[in-house]
Design a protein around this ligand. Structure first.
Ligand code: DQA
Length: 168
């Protein structure tokens, strides 16, 4: 069922059966270590946009269809806390865990425990990079993975979450 304005949902939230749906009241966008340095950090790989630019673009893209919340931390424990909080709220999660993607059992456990529907996101195509970036602890607990589209990876993740069937 659409929990917001029905006409807004019709364009973008139709589930696979053609019924309007709005699976989340809120989506939390969680960014991990070093993503606070976007714009400065290896722009040839990660692009010229700052995290604030990405946030502004994503808010414009969401256009009021869903409430967006943004969180960033360089600390693994904080990220676990953000995932738990989002899960308890029944929010969807867009997660770019940065390097913790490749190392963090704790973050994968947090997603599993919270039963939150999470899309794993990367700006870069991690599979075209060093082999240590090819493994993700998060992919098995994600509903899907989007990588390699620069800041548009976040846009695609937003649309993917909004297109999920409502499970409530
Ligand atoms: C990243 C890819 C990771 O391998 C890297 O450690 C990052 C960013 C990406 O968005 O492409 O910090 O998650």
């Amino acid at each position: 069922m659409c929990i917001r304005d029905r006409s807004m949902c019709l364009a973008s939230c139709e589930d696979f059966w053609g019924k309007p749906s709005m699976p989340f009241a809120r989506i939390v966008v969680i960014n991990g270590p070093n993503l606070n340095l976007l714009g400065l950090r290896e722009p040839g790989i990660y692009g010229a946009k700052t995290l604030a630019d990405i946030e502004a673009d994503l808010r414009a893209r969401a256009g009021g269809r869903v409430e967006l919340q943004f969180r960033q931390s360089n600390s693994e424990g904080d990220l676990v806390g953000f995932v738990q909080e989002a899960g308890l709220d029944g929010a969807g999660i867009i997660l770019n865990a940065g390097a913790y993607t490749h190392t963090s059992v704790a973050l994968a456990d947090a997603v599993k425990a919270s039963r939150a529907r999470m899309v794993e996101v990367h700006l870069s195509n991690v599979h075209a990079r060093e082999s240590f970036r090819h493994h993700s602890y998060l992919s098995p607990v994600a509903v899907g993975v989007i990588a390699g589209f620069g800041d548009r990876s976040y846009h695609l993740a937003l649309e993917a979450l909004l297109a999920l069937p409502d499970e409530s």
